[in-house]
Design a protein. Structure first.
Ligand code: PLP
Length: 406
């Protein structure tokens, strides 16, 4: 007998102060159950108009004049907005450009250069693949060694584990704020302080937390951070990433892709490279202006709602998914933290058949993600997901599991 009835869920949506925001996204009126907004957020309806207007008025109307009028500074303008609305970062420390992978590379090389003579990069074995691969490449280029932290794939890096891994040889540490598999929410200030005590820097990957979990990068004494904008910031497929570097590091920050757009005076077209003052030096080539349009709409929406309210809805959704799972899917195991304080915006459920379950769910227009080993990952994008949608998704999982098990 199920304790959760449809009536309860209707109540949860009726009591949700953010429920109405769901209607602002494209496609939420259809029957599709979308539980992968942490991989690719839904577009806002406002974005369709913004894109059309951009083509007609800005690109088509202003042409090359657009660079002088606004596009040139857009990476810093949008970076400051991300910093203010989502990161707890004062202006002039965040810039948008490149992909997360490329910015990870630049930030890791910058971190290595800030700690000359040190020989190790610390990274955990369950960090996102691109973070591990880039760290491996940077280690080889710079003659450094990787020191691995083994982690529980249902949890993440703890203070004790990091304390054991860092030493006077650590140049920098690479960690994710929210683990892409388990949703483990790392204790950023505590872990950063541990690395700092060893004289090391930390590069935080915020891809799975930005726009979902509030943060205070300045107050937490964070050194460097990067993050995606196409997940909880709904910037669209391939939208550019952002990088944050603390103001105290900026004068000494050097990155390896010395392009003209990150140079002190790009239009001087001088014989040699001198870095721009401040965070702009993390740029390399022409900024992806079209790629920042959708992002601006989502930032405006999050600004209107406020990150604390977004987090409250996010926690409500993940908590509801977990309690419903306990009743409805007792044959699965929770591979995410049970404590909401240690959990980001998604929930992973393990069962030996989850790969097959995910394939069948996609055929039924229920879209979660699959992550090895045996994990069904439910990404609950706070402003575009309803409690009823979560409920429909979990009932579909029950039906599919029943159909696959004798
Ligand atoms: C999604 C994600 C990325 C993606 O990097 P791209 O360069 O955009 O492909 C990187 N790191 C983490 C932790 C992610 O979750």
């Amino acid at each position: 007998m199920l304790l959760t009835t449809l009536g309860d869920v209707t109540d949860l949506d009726a009591q949700d102060p953010l429920a109405a925001y769901r209607d602002r996204f494209v496609g939420t009126g259809s029957g599709l159950v979308y539980l992968d907004g942490n991989s690719l957020g839904r577009p806002l309806q406002a974005t369709a108009q913004r894109l059309a207007t951009f083509v007609e008025d800005e690109w088509g109307g202003r042409l090359i004049r657009g660079w002088d009028e606004s596009w040139f500074l857009l990476p810093e303008v949008v970076g400051d907005e991300i910093g203010r609305i989502c990161l707890g970062a004062a202006a002039s420390q965040t810039v948008v450009g490149d992909s997360t992978t490329v910015l990870l590379y630049k930030a890791m090389r910058a971190a290595a250069a800030l700690r000359p003579g040190r020989t190790e990069i610390v990274v955990d074995r369950d960090n996102f693949p691109t973070d591990r691969y880039v760290a491996d490449g940077v280690a080889r280029e710079c003659g450094l060694t990787l020191r691995w932290i083994d982690v529980d794939t249902s949890a993440g890096v703890t203070a004790d584990q990091l304390s054991e891994a860092v030493c006077e040889q650590t140049a920098f540490v690479v960690l994710s704020h929210v683990a892409y598999r388990s949703a483990w929410l790392a204790d950023v200030p505590a872990l950063t302080a541990i690395a700092h005590d060893a004289g090391a820097l930390v590069l935080w990957d915020l891809s799975h937390s930005v726009g979902s979990v509030p943060m205070s990068l300045d107050a937490w004494d964070v050194d460097l951070a990067v993050g995606c904008t196409y997940k909880y910031l709904n910037g669209g497929p391939g939208a550019p990433a952002f990088v944050y570097a603390a103001a105290r590091l900026l004068d000494d920050l050097v990155q390896p892709v010395q392009g003209w757009m990150g140079a002190h005076d790009p239009f001087l077209m001088g014989p040699t490279y001198a870095p721009a003052k401040g965070i702009r030096r993390m740029l390399s080539g022409t900024p992806p202006v079209v790629g920042m349009l959708a992002l601006q709409d989502m930032l405006a929406l999050i600004d209107e709602v406020g990150m604390d309210a977004v987090r409250a809805k996010s926690t409500g959704l993940t908590e509801h998914a977990i309690t419903t799972t306990a009743e409805l899917l007792p044959d699965t195991t929770l591979a995410s933290p049970r404590d909401a304080e240690r959990r980001g915006g998604h929930v992973t459920l393990n069962h030996p058949l989850m790969r097959e379950v995910t394939e069948e769910l996609w055929r039924r227009d229920v879209i979660p993600d699959y992550r090895d080993p045996h994990g069904l990952r439910l990404g609950l994008s706070p402003l575009s997901t309803s409690y009823a949608e979560v409920e429909r998704g979990l009932h579909a999982v029950r039906e599919v599991l029943d159909s696959l098990t004798p």
